[in-house]
Write a protein of this length. Structure first.
Length: 65
């Protein structure tokens, strides 16, 4: 099986990796800080990547239909 991704998906994947690494390397958060982030609807590091993937899959599906 061969997987080919558009430059947009690769860019979003790289951004996701950077965000995860930055989070991993940052100081640990307390439970109170985590609760506050959740309450503030903190940014989901996978959101942009998953949206790009779904868009690409949908466009490829539509191209075959």
């Amino acid at each position: 099986m061969q997987i080919i991704s558009s430059p947009c998906v690769v860019e979003k994947a790289n951004g996701t990796i950077r965000a995860i690494l930055q989070t991993y390397l940052s100081p640990n958060k307390t439970f109170e800080e985590l609760a506050k982030l959740i309450g503030e609807d903190a940014e989901n590091p996978l959101r942009e990547f998953s949206v790009a993937c779904r868009g690409e899959l949908q466009s490829r599906h539509n191209g075959y239909g």
